[in-house]
Structures are given as C-alpha cells and as structure tokens.
Design a protein around this ligand. Structure first.
Ligand code: F6R
Length: 606
C-alpha cells in the first residue's frame, strides 16, 4: 500500500525521507520517489525498491525540506513515470498521494482541454496541475491545496511542496492516514508512525477533512472550511527497534515468536484475582450499561474477522449474550439494522482498514454503540469508537497477521469475562478463566518449542496443490484462520469448512492429493470430530490433527499436541501451530514471506 513521508527542518531531507520510506516498505509497494526543495525542486523516482531509489539519489541532492513516497499501483502500471512525486508542468508544485481520486478522468479531461499535458497515467497528477493553477494567486499554499482538494471526489492522504515557498509542507487527509511527527525545530509527516519513530514519539493524527501546514518551528491544523483546529500531541510507545527483525530471518517468525510477551502485554494489569473479573477501563461503560446489551455484533476484515468469530464464541459462552461476527466489508454495504440494545465491536490491528472504519462510521451515524479492539494507538478506528481495548502487541510488520490475531482473541476473552461477571458467570468460572488467561503466555512458549516438528510437517505437506482445514464450533474459526494463513503466505490453496459440513458437499474433494488439517480439541465434541477423521481417512485423505492428544494412527497420519487450557480459551492456543505451519510451508516453497504477492499490510482503500 502507498506510503508518504515528509520533512522540514534544519537537516538534509533526503536521508530522512529514504529512511522513512524504508520503514514503510513492509506495507508493500512497487515504486518509490523523493523530491527535495533547494532553489527549485529536485526529484528522483524509480520503479523498484527504496534501495534502487537510494542508488539514484546523488550525493549533491541537498535540501532541508522534502516529500517521499512508496507507490502501490492503482491507476497505471508500476513504472518510473507513474511513481510519485508528481510535478506540475512548471515544476513548481510536487505532490505525493495515497488513496484514489474517483473523478480523476473527468478532471484530467478538463485540464487537458485547457492545455495541460500529462506525463503519467496516475490519478495523482491531476492534483499537481490543479494546485499549480491557483497557487500563484492564492494567499498560501494551503489555500491552493484546499481549493484543489475541493474538486476531488475520493480518498486521499497528500503531501505537497511549492518551490517558491521553500519553508513549508502542506499535508491533508481524507480517508487515508496522515500522522504529524513533532521534532526539535523540525517537523515530520507520514502515512504511518513506523516512518516517524526513529525521530520522534510525539505525534498528531489528522482527522478526515483536516489539512496541516508544517514548518521547521511547528505546525498548524485546519478544518476543511479553513478554521484552525486545536490538536493534542500523543506519545507513541512504539520504538524504532520494534521495526527490526531482531535477528530472525523474517518478521513473520519474529512476530509469531514474540507472542508469549505480546499476550502478556494484552493481559497486563487487566486481571482481577479477587473478584475474578477483567478490568477494561477503556470501555467507558459502567456495570449497569454492560448488563443492558441483548446482542453483540463483531465486525472486522480478514484475520481480524476470524478472531472476531473466536470472540463471538467466547462472549456467547461466558456472558451468555447472543453474538456473531461478520466481515466489516460486507456489513457496511448491506444497510444493516442498527439496534440500540446491541453492542458493536470493531476489530483492527492497524486501526486504518477502510472497510472497517466505514462500517464504524455507518454505525455511529445510526446511533450504534461501538467498541474497538485495536492495536494502533490513536488510529482512525480508535478515535472513532466510543471506547475499547488496546492490544499493546507492538507494531506488526509482516503483512500476515499473527500476534495481533492472537492478542485480539485474548482481548475478547477479557471482554467476555468482564461481560460475563457483570451478568451470570459464577465466581468459580471467573476464577477458572482468569487462571486460564494467566497460563497462556507460558503455554504459547511451550507450543513454540514444537517448531522443529512443525517445520518437518510443513515440508511434508507444502507440496500439496490444495489443503482442507476443518474444525467444529470453537475449532471452526481456528480452521478458517489456519487456512487463511497458509494461502496468503505460501499460496497453497486452502479451504476451511466446519467439520460438521464436510459430508454435505466438500467430502467429494477428499482424496490422497488433498490433505486435511483437523482442529480437534478435547472438548465435548471430541467423538464427533474423531468420527469425521474416520470419514476422511476412509476416502484416502491424509490427516494432520492439531489437538490435545495423539490420535489413533488409523485416524490421523500426524498429530500436533498442544497444551490444554480451559475449553473456552483453547482456540487461542490451537491457532499458534497453524501460524508456524504456514510460515514454514511458505519458506519451503521459497515465497516472499513478509510481503506476499498482491497483498498490502493495511488496506486503506475501498
Ligand atoms: C491476514 C491479514 C488481513 C488483516 C485484515 C484486517 O493475515 O493480515 O486479513 O487481518 O486486512 O486488517 P486490520 O486488522 O489492520 O484491520
């Protein structure tokens, strides 16, 4: 996904911009570029990696103000010309842009009719032309940018510089994140705090419709109608070191391995051993309010949605409130009935996923009460919701979600415990869950010691053209997430089905060439699950069972035995070996593990 970095201050901008762009590489991109201002604009941009860009930036590329970009092609193929920044014809204005300008064709046609010559196929170039047309007569660059953005339909995060105003950068946001970084007599901006944390921890998030003017000695923010807005800086607790691989070969493996610590952080200070309840101060709900909901609806996308399915199961079991999860991307398009006695919960690692944000905004518009379970402090979704739970899992760099998935499921266990204990969950059951939660970090540690065996199994199964994942009730979301992880990082086709549904259709697929990963916890459904394994084996299907005991060799070819927790919490642990399985399958197949093809870390477009 596209990335933006901007700098103004006393230092040379280019190395700062390049470093910032490198920090955004994890989001996925196909080309990169920078502009610095020094008696005119100097630009370099290339198709390829940030390292390729650095190689063509000459030593004399001096200037203490600049903007940089990593592009993920939407309008026009990846190429040097389509890479950002884009300049106006007179090379006075340079623009970098994330998002999509929906009326770009129409604006382009009008500009062309008026004599403009376009160099690229991008939607962004129209902005450079539009701003250049008004900047001469405008009182400020901000005014010219605002006027141009008024003509745009679509989403944007933009950064703009004007060769004739070499002391300022203008940035603006509508649907695509922009964060300001406050330094010592220097200012930064970026589309992601990852690009800022090496320089500052003091940040300001722009809201949709806001615009900011950055100068070395500070910044001003304005609403879309040019009124100045007051912003409180926020201190982020993510450090530059969090963005390093820390000696691991891939971020994905690092993030899987971090989970004992990240889960401990999600739990820290939230468990009460006296009343056997979870304290979640950020919910902003008293006990009476917590008791008032008759339904819980959970929304999120992709892996966040699957962790929401685990969450729905937990809330239904522990709090006895009917709960279900739905992809936010579907929910927002179907004009949902928003009920006053339903508690809505939006999940997002990045806090910027556009579909989830749009669903939250729709809910808020209709008066819904929305909580967020979010990893990124101060992100758009976190700011939009009425309250919520931060994961404190630290930044997730690898495109495939692992530690955020797990921490979200843990956060749901906390929420379910909280809602349960203000309703009918007994102190004894509360104590059982508190103890189970406390045991999780140590048990994840134990599961990680299975890595050599999981690697061996991944090698054994990775050359299958397709794999089936099955689970029943609590095991079904685990199976879905297991299939999702495998397909996205290894590109092996994987399908997840409720084990109970196999005989209603997909059993026809089973044969020696289609192995099955079966999630078989030791719960009340064990016998049913073992019967399903028998049905698979009877059709010549190979079975890798993930559960709490070794299976009869007639039922499973291989078994991965994980430690047992409370049955409600077992799905959290059963998911971990599947993350390692997907990782090692991807490595065995030589995939780009941290940046799978066609995917971006946070999907800030529709
Ligand atoms: C899969 C994955 C995605 C995300 C989804 C939502 O491994 O990472 O499916 O879970 O795009 O992202 P967030 O949680 O940032 O809203």
């Amino acid at each position: 996904m596209c990335g933006i970095v901007a700098y103004v201050g006393p230092k040379d901008a280019a190395p700062i911009l390049l470093e910032g762009l490198q920090r955004l590489e994890y989001r996925g991109y196909d080309s990169a570029g920078v502009v610095v201002s020094n008696r005119g604009l100097k630009m370099r941009k290339v198709k390829g990696r940030v390292a390729d860009l650095a190689a063509v930036v000459p030593a004399r590329f001096k200037g203490t103000l600049g903007i940089g970009h990593t592009r993920w092609a939407t309008h026009g193929a990846p190429s040097d010309v389509n890479a950002h920044p884009h300049l106006s014809a007179d090379e006075r204005i340079a623009v970098v842009h994330n998002g999509i300008i929906e009326n770009a064709d129409e604006l382009r046609a009008k500009l062309e009719a008026d004599g403009a010559v376009f160099l690229s196929e991008t939607d962004t170039e129209v902005l450079a032309h539009l701003i250049a047309r008004t900047v001469e007569d405008a009182e400020s660059l901000a005014e010219a940018v605002r006027a141009a953005l008024k003509r745009v339909v679509g989403t944007y995060g933009v950064a703009v510089v004007d060769a004739q105003r070499p002391g300022e950068v203008v940035v603006a946001r509508n649907g695509s994140p922009i964060v300001l970084g406050i330094g010592e007599k220097e200012m930064f901006a970026a589309s992601d705090v990852a690009a800022l944390v090496r320089y500052t921890r003091q940040v300001v998030h722009l809201e949709d419709g806001e615009l900011a003017v950055l100068k070395a000695d500070g910044f001003n923010t304005f609403s879309s109608d040019a009124r100045e807005t007051a912003k409180e800086p926020l201190t982020v607790d993510w450090e530059a070191g969090h963005y390093d691989t820390g000696g691991y070969e891939h971020y994905l493996l690092k993030e899987i391995s971090e989970q004992p610590e990240t889960v401990a952080r999600t739990l820290r200070g939230r468990l009460d051993d006296r009343f056997h309840i979870a304290h979640l101060g950020g919910l902003n709900m008293d006990a009476r309010e917590s008791r008032s909901f008759r339904r819980v609806k959970i929304i999120g996308c992709g892996s966040a949605y699957y962790s929401g399915q685990i969450g729905a199961q937990l809330i239904e079991e522990l709090a006895r409130i009917p709960s279900d999860a739905e992809p936010a991307s579907e929910f927002r398009y179907r004009s949902p009935v928003v009920e006053p006695d339903t508690l809505y919960v939006a999940i997002s690692q990045s806090g910027e996923t556009y579909d989830t944000l749009a669903a939250v905004q729709e809910l808020k518009r209709k008066g819904g009460r929305v909580l967020g379970i979010v990893n990124t402090v101060g992100s758009a979704i976190a700011r939009e919701v009425d309250g919520g739970v931060y994961l404190h899992a630290g930044p997730e760099v690898s495109v495939a979600s692992t530690k955020a998935f797990t921490s979200t499921a843990v956060a749901f266990a906390l929420l379910a415990l909280h809602l349960g204990r203000v309703r009918d969950l007994s102190p004894a059951d509360g104590r059982r869950i508190v103890q189970g939660l406390r045991a999780l970090p140590g048990q994840i540690e134990e599961i990680l010691t299975l890595e050599p065996r999981i690697k061996e199994l991944a090698g054994k199964y990775a050359d299958s053209p397709s794999m089936m994942f099955v689970g029943r009730v609590r095991g079904y979301p685990v199976a879905r997430e297991g299939a999702q992880k495998l397909k996205e990082v290894s590109y092996v086709h994987a399908e997840a089905y409720p084990a109970s549904e196999l005989k209603h259709g997909p059993l026809a697929l089973i044969g020696p060439e289609m192995p099955t990963v079966a999630i078989v916890p030791d719960d009340e459904l064990l016998d049913k699950n073992l019967t399903t394994l028998g049905e698979i084996r009877a059709r010549g299907g190979r079975v890798l069972m993930v559960g709490h005991r070794e299976a009869d060799p007639r039922l499973a070819d291989d078994c991965l035995v994980v430690p047992r927790n409370e049955i409600e919490l077992d799905p959290i642990l059963l998911s971990i070996p599947l993350q390692l399985f997907a990782y090692h399958a991807a490595v065995a197949l030589g995939r780009d593990v941290d940046k799978p093809r066609n995917l971006a870390k946070s999907v800030t477009v529709e």
